[in-house]
Design a protein around this ligand. Sequence first.
Ligand code: PLP
Length: 244
Amino acid sequence: MSPIADNLQGVLKTCNAIGRRGQLAGINPPVVVAVSKTKPAADVRSAFLAGQRHFGENYVQEAVAKIAQLHDLRAKGLQWHLIGPLQSNKARLVATHFDWVQTVDRAKIADALSRVRTELGLAPLNILIQVNVSNEVSKSGVSPTQVGSLVSHCRALHGVRVRGLMAIIENSPNDEVLRRQFRAMRNQFDEIVGAGSASNEMDTLSMGMSGDFQLAIEEGSTMVRIGSRIFGAREPSVVNLAHS
Ligand SMILES: *Cc1c(COP(=O)(O)O)cnc(C)c1O
């Protein structure tokens, strides 16, 4: 077995093993998004051959090149998620090439994505509203008090489908600090789902990465984003910056 297939199997086994506290029907275990930023297309192909279907990328230019190289896998079920920050001037490119955008944090960007999807006659784009749960000024994401109104705004758009919420939590060596943020997200998610209409498409709460996905699942995550645990450590961030 390739190291990537091996890692993937380990992650899936762990995900399956953790009992979920959440109550959303039919979504157990959580969806794994394999985060392939800075990694070559060949690594994505290996993971796909091992059964992985959802892939996450942070940098639009890098992703678009990889998406082109792997276009044959699209028809076989590969789905691309944008998990990095999104600038308005990239909205067209993103709406054209991705299946999910997890980092929607303002109405203007949702409007632009929706407009392009409609224009191109593509199916609605799956979006998640990114929440700045720790309320750090340095982090992107809408503040927890404004999630409800942004969700309502986006639900009225025809070119996007609001699937739920996403968070990048504040890093901490203290499990209790991490759990508190995951729990706050889960509560917010439950509130929003509860407030939705009967035909609720809000089935996704994206939180948890390589270092904390077990905790995230225990606290009710339905989608984890895992990079280094699957593909190995990335080059230092100075290299990553070149892609942004
Ligand atoms: C890079 C990244 C991940 C994956 O990080 P790992 O620690 O390698 O699992 C998950 N989510 C976001 C938003 C990221 O930028």
